[in-house]
Design a protein around this ligand. Structure first.
Ligand SMILES: [Zn+2]
Length: 325
């Protein structure tokens, strides 16, 4: 008699018949490194800490030990500038981060640089704009200059986060011109989401809302898959090596679609700050077990087709996976 319960007979049987498995190799850990060296829990992303550069070296050592192959670096400056050229200054904080981590870990850890104008600008705009229009060329040129600084310092991957058109093409050309052909470009493809807000709170010094033009002018409309795929297509045509789908939970279908249309392109999904905060809140306010919940969400992201998952749960998840080794 046909039965579906045979293959669920035991935990061992369930593991045996799985077509895919989450492993530590799937994970990328995003870390926040403060130039002022202060270490404390990030108020908007409770459970995660700001790190000094020395703390970051210690944490990255643990990341490598756990078998996690990559970290996404967010540098939190002491002071942001009137314009993003602060990012190009000699001995700037981001360059020091990449130089130090590369020296400590060499090829054992993939260093990914998040590059966006808002990391450096006091008004925290992501793109240059004028009269309500995104200045694609001007933004892309600046992102490329910043990308080169980070790559020359030791970043293995440049991840442009501004969502402007031309960002990948400009970064690729600038890297190649400097002989940095082996540095990859991992482009963010983001829907316009409120789930990024805890992250922005973590990156800001300001109590007032971010300036700059409406993000709907450069991120994609959440309900419009065609607009999303158009952006992915453009970035790949400009030379992106990898794509980050962001947020993950609200875009699982887009992970499937990108995988189907571009089967040879590695896909990352970013379980963003808002997804992390929702998970924490649900676990704190109900009987839901936090570990079970984040394993469930990470599994759904992997099943959708992500080859890599950026998650604040990376270290906790890797510890759980490694139990089976
Ligand atoms: Zn930005």
């Amino acid at each position: 008699m046909p039965l579906t319960t045979r293959l669920k007979k035991s935990k061992a049987m369930i593991r045996l018949v799985r077509p895919i498995e989450l492993t530590a190799s799937d994970l990328i850990y995003p870390i926040f490194i403060r130039e002022d060296g202060k270490k404390y829990e990030i108020p908007s992303i409770k459970g995660q800490n700001y790190l000094s550069l020395n703390d970051a070296v210690e944490i990255c050592g643990k990341v490598v030990e756990l078998g996690i192959p990559g970290v996404m670096i967010f540098g939190v400056l002491k002071q942001k500038g009137a314009d993003p050229s602060i990012a190009l200054q000699k001995g700037n904080f981001h360059a020091r981060i990449f130089a130090r981590l590369k020296k400590e870990f060499g090829d054992d850890l993939v260093l990914i640089s998040n590059v966006c104008l808002c990391d450096f600008t006091a008004e925290e705009y992501c793109v240059y704009s004028e009269k309500g229009k995104v200045l694609n060329e001007k933004t892309a040129e600046m992102l490329a200059k910043i990308g080169v600084v980070h790559a020359e310092a030791g970043a293995d991957v440049i991840a442009p986060a501004a969502m402007c058109d031309g960002q990948v093409g400009h970064i690729r050309s600038a890297l190649d011109e400097k002989g940095l052909e082996d540095v990859s470009v991992m482009t963010y493809a983001k829907t316009d989401s409120c789930l990024f807000e805890p992250f922005f709170e973590a990156m800001t010094h300001s109590k007032t809302p971010r300036k700059g033009i409406d993000s709907s002018k450069f991120r994609t409309d959440i309900i419009n898959e065609k607009m999303y795929m158009q952006k992915v297509e453009l970035d790949l045509s400009e030379g992106a090596d990898m794509v980050i789908v962001k947020p993950a939970l609200t875009n699982l279908d887009l992970i499937v679609k990108v995988k189907e249309r571009y089967p040879t392109i590695p896909i990352a999904a970013y379980q963003v700050s808002g997804e992390y905060a929702m998970t924490k809140l649900l676990a704190q306010s109900t009987r839901v077990d936090e570990k079970v919940l984040f394993m469930e969400t990470l599994s759904s992201i992997k099943r959708a087709g992500a080859d890599m998952i950026l998650t604040y749960y990376a270290m906790e998840a890797a510890k759980l996976f490694n139990r089976w080794k």
